[in-house]
Design a protein around this ligand. Structure first.
Ligand SMILES: Cc1cc2nc3c(=O)[nH]c(=O)nc-3n(C[C@H](O)[C@H](O)[C@H](O)COP(=O)(O)O)c2cc1C
Length: 324
């Protein structure tokens, strides 16, 4: 399948693995790239630029295909060493960067000068147009269904994607709620040039996370995610557990006066405990509604080959057949 996204990144299939904190390590990124998609290492999971450089080198040992790095621009006071991370990306010869969070404008000239293609993740048409205007090569349009931060507009992909198609000139991928060949064909029909998946890639053999995390996703239904931190305007879609329900209780009780410090126990520093140690009640961790469509833990190659075969079958048989 050839689309503007496969052409842009030099990949075989129009499937991207979105950056995921404590999941997007070299093992997963390499597996996705080896299977013909675009694997992404999560920059900030590596505590220093030196560690990111090492992770990029490790990925390079496992694949000779293109892969990318995610840079999430957080609204934090103590800003990470972004110039250092960008230097590690450039020196490591990485040619694709997924940016997310705040506007990446400040960092675009140096990335572009190094010949790096930038795909910015946006949760609205307005932010997508901004990304286009500042010179991003593509956008990842992240609908309300998505795991992680869906923004504050709550527009699901059935509306958001065709709206993006109405306005954007640069190519975009559909993100949020994508799981299989049906998702890919639907995304293409709505105007996208491919899809980005997060949660689905966690439930794969190669994802370097504790088995408990994979089983929690397989066991979850589409009813099991919750939106936390909405009162802080930092909404995150997470899988429910005791810590999440406690957090939501605090949000109800404290109302508009709630501060980040009130919920720090449920959200700060929980990712290593969950992803590496499998302590599933440790706190809130991102997970999409798409968990309801995830029933197995295949290898990344089985997953991607299955998606492409299903998509081709849908297009050639089901859809073409309807035209008689
Ligand atoms: C566990 C987890 C951690 C994530 N961490 C990040 C992150 O650090 N930076 C980022 O830009 N997106 C992050 N995301 C969002 C994903 O890259 C992707 O946009 C999202 O998962 C798509 O929705 P889906 O889960 O329905 O496929 C994370 C998602 C999950 C599930």
């Amino acid at each position: 399948m050839k689309t503007r996204i496969t052409e842009l990144f030099g990949i075989e299939h129009p499937i991207i693995q979105g950056g995921m904190h404590f999941v997007g390590l070299a093992e997963l990124a390499a597996a996705v790239s080896n299977a013909g998609g675009l694997g992404i290492i999560t920059g900030l999971t590596q505590k220093t630029p030196e560690l990111l450089a090492r992770e990029i080198a490790r990925c390079r040992e496992m694949t000779d295909k293109p892969f990318g790095v995610n840079l999430t621009f957080l609204p934090t006071v103590s800003s990470p060493d972004y110039p250092g991370y960008i230097k590690a990306i450039i020196d490591g010869g990485v040619k694709a960067v997924e940016t997310a969070g705040n506007n990446p404008q400040k960092w675009l000239p140096v990335l572009k000068e190094a010949g790096i293609k930038v795909i910015h993740k946006c949760t609205s048409v307005r932010h997508s147009l901004k990304a286009e205007a500042i010179g991003c090569d593509a956008v990842s349009v992240d609908g309300f269904e998505c795991g992680g931060h869906p923004g504050e507009d709550d527009i699901p992909n059935f509306i958001l994607l065709p709206r993006a198609a109405e306005e954007l000139k640069i190519p975009f991928v559909a993100s949020g709620g994508m799981a299989d060949g049906r998702s890919l064909v639907a995304a293409l029909a709505l105007g996208a040039e491919g899809m980005n998946m997060g949660t689905r890639f966690i439930a794969t053999k190669e994802a370097p996370v504790h088995e408990n995390v994979k089983q929690a996703i397989v066991a979850a239904s589409e009813l099991d995610t919750r939106l936390v931190m909405r009162p802080l305007r930092n909404t995150e879609r997470v899988l429910t557990n005791e810590a999440v329900e406690r957090l939501l209780q605090k949000e109800r009780e404290l109302g508009a006066s709630i501060k980040f410090e009130d919920i720090i126990e449920e959200v700060a520093g929980v990712y290593p405990r969950i992803m590496q140690k499998g302590e599933m009640e440790a706190g809130a961790w991102s997970c999409g509604m798409v968990a309801g469509l995830i029933h197995d833990v295949p290898t990344v190659k089985e997953l991607i080959d299955g998606i492409m075969a299903q998509a081709e079958g849908l297009i050639r048989q089901r859809l073409a057949g309807m035209l008689g």
